[in-house]
Ligand binder design. Structure first.
Ligand SMILES: Nc1nc2c(ncn2[C@@H]2O[C@H](COP(=O)(O)OP(=O)(O)O)[C@@H](O)[C@H]2O)c(=O)[nH]1
Ligand SMILES: [Mg+2]
Length: 395
């Protein structure tokens, strides 16, 4: 039976409206709330698309031989590049080093420290030494910092693996849990770091894209910053389902550790990814992606962090779930630190698969300005920067 003309017309109009609405939804600019003294302004585009220069002065630069490798009176401060890495990752580590040396460290010659739970091979040491003019040290992680703690029950761990392995990446890899716990509560206690204050964490197989012409460690010190990040993400809520309830218990007993200018609203945001907030029992799952960190270890060495780490460590969540060092660090920073001391290194072009920080600057090469991921499109939802900017600003 033929459809009457009027019905056909109605159908066409309805379809037209439908496609127009779909177009409106997908073409709407992403709304990012900019920082500002209490006033939330709306930004309609990614800040990576704005021309990006250096952070404000004072900035310390290379003048003459003030940063040459063997200068005993150099302008370097008490800081190191730091990598926990396995022998099998030599080529990937060299790749990260080549990028960081090319864009930054061949100018400033900060020392490198490589740590491993197993001894480094001679080949590893030789090739790494050849990749820099700066001082290089290799060391072992102390056994007592790495081993599974005595209060972890192996049967319970295996049961937890069975329950979570489909949803949580690396759940069945015990060494990954050990690594996360070590990065959360032990790296800054390593004997080789006891007299060192600032660190830049570097992982194998990451990329750096932009020339950086100032001493970033001096920047941290001169501007009184505690922590620097490049990428801010949502986490898999299943990996941290029990973490926030423990954080709440800790806060109720240690309320005095909270900083008056904390970023708890970022940690508790339930707007953009409500399902994360619900599955993580009150935690947005927003975190600084800790494969890149430039930080002041005095924060990790503080009483507040020590109490916090000991509390969560005792619950066994590093093994019975798969709490990452990124959410653990981020929750502590969001609660116990002044959020204005947390700095977005927007000018450091960076990639760890599958995410980027790629600023709009003539100093950057090899990444696509403003591109957040080169993975599947749905990964764009994992960007938590808008929430950070909304509550804590650009720092
Ligand atoms: N020495 C050592 N390093 C590890 C081990 N597991 C992970 N790492 C290091 O810990 C960091 C994070 O591990 P990675 O495999 O990159 O995990 P992902 O980035 O979360 O996928 C990297 O620097 C690794 O080299 C381990 O069992 N031993
Ligand atoms: Mg990695």
């Amino acid at each position: 039976m033929a459809v009457p003309k009027s019905i056909r017309l109605l159908g066409i109009i309805t379809l037209g409206i439908f496609f127009y609405l779909v177009f409106l939804i997908y073409s709407a600019p992403v709304t990012i709330q900019a920082p500002g003294s209490g006033k939330l302004e709306k930004m309609t585009k990614d800040p990576n698309l704005e021309p990006t220069g250096e952070p404000p002065e004072p900035l310390r630069r290379v003048v003459g031989n003030n940063y040459s490798p063997n200068n005993p009176n150099s302008d370097r401060i008490n800081a190191t590049l730091l990598a926990l890495v396995r022998n099998s990752e030599l080529e990937d580590m060299l790749q990260s080093m080549r990028d960081l040396e090319r864009t930054w460290n061949h100018k400033f010659n900060y020392p490198w420290l490589f740590l491993n739970d197993e001894p480094f091979t001679d080949e590893f040491k030789k090739k790494i030494r050849e990749a820099t003019k700066a001082e290089v040290n290799f060391d072992l992680v102390p056994k007592e910092h790495w081993e599974v703690p005595s209060w972890i029950n192996e049967d319970l761990y295996q049961e937890s693996v069975e329950l979570l392995k489909e949803k949580v990446q690396y759940m069945n890899k015990k060494s990954y849990h050990q690594m996360c716990r070590w990065n959360s509560g032990f790296f800054y206690k390593h004997p080789a770091l006891l007299n060192t204050r600032y660190y830049w964490r570097v992982e194998p197989h990451v990329h750096f894209f932009c020339d950086v012409d100032y001493d970033v460690f001096r920047y941290m010190q001169d501007h009184n910053k505690t922590y620097g990040f490049t990428i801010n993400l949502y986490d898999s809520p299943e990996s941290v389902a029990g973490l926030w309830p423990e954080v709440n218990k800790f806060i109720s007993d240690h309320n005095h550790h909270l900083h008056p200018n904390n970023a708890i609203k970022w940690l508790q945001d339930d707007h953009n990814r409500r399902e994360n907030f619900q599955k993580a029992n009150g935690y947005s799952t927003c975190h600084f992606w800790s494969n890149f960190e430039i930080g002041d270890m005095n924060f990790w060495r503080s009483k507040a962090y020590e109490d916090f780490f000991n509390h969560i460590d005792r619950t066994g969540g590093f093994f019975y779930e798969r709490w990452g060092d990124a959410p653990v660090h981020s929750i502590a920073l969001g609660l116990f630190e002044d959020s204005s001391k947390i700095h977005w290194f927007r000018d450091i072009g960076y990639q760890h698969i599958p995410f980027f920080n790629c600023p709009n600057s003539p100093k950057c090469h090899g990444c696509q300005t403003g591109r957040f991921t080169d993975g599947e499109a749905w990964l764009n939802r994992d960007d938590c920067r808008p929430v950070w900017f909304k509550y804590a600003g650009m720092g």
